[in-house]
Design a protein around this ligand. Structure first.
Ligand code: AMP
Length: 248
């Protein structure tokens, strides 16, 4: 079974984002970028499936600027087999990403797509669901455990009330949650080996997908600054404070 893993190059999660002076978005000039953390989890899951003999090939896809090739290389160093970079400098919204991925699925015929549940830059949480809808494939989002049983995939999902287990007929789309696994670090020998793995470069036009934005960002603002805390002498003083603040 071939597994397709879409990965997005996003602002590194350790970086504190700065809002542009004109409030049109986040300033990405000279900012450290990295693979979306949920996508590392997806690659780890695909690699574990390959190690168990459940997957035969892992194809890593990224839609983004030329530098997204570095993001694909990290995935290849973690255990991916080959990459596809759909190169564009434009910001691509989830629907356009899903349309491009659907075309790649048509060409590559994977048995499974494992995407992240959300990209930490826009927090859209939409691409996997849109892709499943476009392909008319079963989907299981927010996976915290995945087990293959013949042509069925058992996916445990973290839902509000606890855990839910779904049985999906393959081919299917799964999106990964934080507790699914702990992604491995790419070792130096594997980073060297990954340099030789093939990456195809395409453009959105190659797939006939119009990536013109449908959404417009009205304004981006910093979150409200947290006010400094205050130490109180004892529980009575704490209760008095809370009462006077109208908190209890
Ligand atoms: P989102 O719907 O934007 O929150 O993203 C959810 C998931 O879709 C990500 O974790 C990736 O697996 C995939 N994805 C989103 N944007 C891209 C992109 N530009 N290139 C490749 N995969 C993407």
């Amino acid at each position: 079974m071939k597994v397709l893993v879409p990965v997005k190059r996003v602002i590194d999660y350790n970086v504190r984002p700065r809002v542009k002076a004109d409030q049109s978005g986040i300033d990405l000039a000279n900012v450290k970028m990295a693979m979306n953390p949920f996508d590392e989890i997806s690659i780890e899951e695909a690699v574990r499936m390959k190690e168990k003999g459940l997957a035969t090939e892992i194809v890593i896809v990224s839609i983004g600027p030329a530098q997204a090739q570095e993001t694909i290389r990290i995935g290849l160093a973690m255990g991916g087999d080959r990459g596809i970079l759909v190169q564009t400098d434009a910001a691509v919204e989830p629907l356009a990403v899903a349309k491009i991925l659907a075309k790649i699925v048509e060409a590559e015929q994977p048995g499974l797509v494992i995407a992240g549940k959300q990209a930490i830059d826009d927090d859209s949480n939409a691409t996997g669901q849109m892709l499943a809808a476009l392909l008319d494939w079963p989907q299981a989002t927010f996976a915290s455990a995945v087990a293959k049983d013949g042509e069925t995939l058992k996916v445990t999902r973290e839902v509000d009330g606890g855990l839910e287990t779904l049985a999906l007929q393959l081919p299917a789309v799964v999106t990964t949650d934080l507790r699914l696994n702990e992604p491995r670090f790419a070792s130096l020998p594997n980073i060297m080996k990954a340099k030789k793995k093939p990456i195809d470069t395409k453009s959105p036009a190659d797939y006939g997908v119009d990536i013109t934005p449908r959404l417009s960002v009205v304004k981006v603002t910093e979150p409200k600054k947290r006010e400094a805390g205050e130490k109180v002498a004892d529980v009575d003083a704490l209760i008095a404070k809370l009462k006077s603040a109208g908190a209890i």
